[in-house]
Design a protein around this ligand. Structure first.
Ligand SMILES: Cc1ncc(COP(=O)(O)O)c(C=O)c1O
Length: 389
């Protein structure tokens, strides 16, 4: 490992926990450690902290506090929303048709696949265009009278494309389907106002917005009954059993509050850094092309394909130069399979193997960006030469 520079450009994989968040969490490990379900004062204190956190989330999402369910993160929120709503619908009226896009995170994609292959649901995967935007006509035509749940990612993790969620949720509602969005990448960078978005369920995960890992939340609109994935005690209004993770829930609420209190400041910084990065890469790195939508993309997100370059090999070389990047989703690092997201967007298998994701954060500086562009240009030229020889 290089002892020189160390530059982290993988904020879509995870973010560092804000020290202000850590400070707020600490007393809930050491002093206020009561079980929030206990009746005594230790329990009541922890319960109060959880309910305050719930109020904070509800205010930012513009919903009722009772509509927030705490979970262990984005994957669990996605699972609970889709499996929970699909099961309830099937139980009540037999409907079993589910609609998703081909660029959903595995937490959505694999859940729906399991519902289809093991549990007799019908899965429909609609199409996206070259930028990863949902094709609205195809989407509208996929809806049926027995469509129970639709799930479309708010902003994609691999290419950063943002979907028109308000338009897509309206179309689902015209056919009486429930609409879930995975807002894991969007949280902290786009509005989470569930009334404006018109969604019935929305998933977030704290570690993507400078909160702790292993905690998340699901917004579930009043009146929607979810069959719990995790059964046991009656926690979270019988929607998710398990003793609450008080420090992490308090940390998540603080992190979300900070992200939206300082929203303009941080997102303006991300945009400036992202645009410098995209311009630098496209003008200096041979064979680099931007993937995802050129405008409708997350403020922090830059993603590319590089002609003739193996994305995973490139990551290793960048790491040796102190640059932490990613090739598609973090869960896929080390996996030589081409990105399914890029294949769905119409890229060839060969091109999809050469993907690179660089995501900026609060600490990223212009000097970092210039260094990364130089290193990337040099490394890509070296790898291209090695291929020719
Ligand atoms: C779009 C999206 N959904 C869901 C997840 C899963 O979230 P978690 O890591 O909290 O389980 C991720 C994580 O990368 C993601 O990017």
């Amino acid at each position: 490992m290089s002892v020189g520079r160390s530059i982290y450009l993988d904020h879509s994989a995870t973010t560092p926990t804000d020290p202000r968040v850590v400070d707020v969490m600490m007393p809930y490990f050491t002093e206020h450690y009561g079980n929030p379900s206990s009746v005594h004062r230790y329990g009541r204190l922890a319960e109060q902290a959880i309910e305050d956190a719930r109020d904070t989330l509800a205010q930012i999402l513009n919903c009722k506090s009772s509509e927030i369910v705490f979970t262990s993160g984005g994957s669990e929120s996605d699972n609970l929303a889709i499996r929970g709503a699909a099961w309830t619908a099937r139980q009540s009226d037999g409907s079993r048709h589910l609609v998703i896009s081909p660029i959903e995170h595995e937490a959505v994609r694999v859940t729906v696949e399991q519902l289809a292959t093991v549990m007799g649901f019908e899965r429909e995967i609609i199409s996206v265009d070259r930028y990863g935007s949902v094709l609205v006509d195809d989407y509208t035509q996929s809806m049926r009278d027995d469509t129970s749940v639709v799930s479309i990612v708010y902003a994609n993790n691999e290419v950063g494309t943002i979907q028109s969620i308000a338009e897509l949720s309206t179309i689902a509602h015209e056919r009486n389907a429930l609409f879930h969005t995975d807002a894991v990448q969007a949280a902290g960078q786009l509005t989470l106002d569930v009334q404006k978005l018109g969604v019935d369920m929305l998933s977030i995960s704290a570690h993507k917005f400078y909160g702790p890992k292993g905690v998340g939340a699901l917004f579930v609109r009043d009146g929607i009954e979810l069959t719990p994935s995790q059964s046991g005690g009656g926690h979270e209004n019988n929607r998710r059993a398990g003793t609450h993770n008080t420090p992490s829930i308090v940390g998540m609420a603080t992190a979300l509050q900070i992200a939206y209190d300082e929203f303009e400041y941080h997102t303006a910084h991300y945009r400036t850094m992202r645009d410098r990065l995209i311009d630098g890469v496209l003008s200096n790195v041979p064979g680099a092309h931007l993937t995802g939508h050129p405008e409708q993309r997350l403020p922090s997100h830059a993603s590319f394909v590089l002609d003739g370059i193996d994305g995973n090999l490139l990551l290793t070389h960048l790491d040796l130069k102190g640059v932490a990047a990613s090739s598609g989703s973090a869960c896929k690092t080390g996996n030589p399979e081409p990105s399914e997201v890029l294949l769905a967007m119409g890229y060839s298998e060969e091109t999809a193997l050469g993907s690179l994701r660089l995501t900026v954060g609060r600490q990223t500086t212009a000097e970092d960006i210039d260094y990364v562009v130089d290193v990337l240009a040099e490394t890509v030229k070296k790898l291209a030469k090695m291929k020719i020889v």
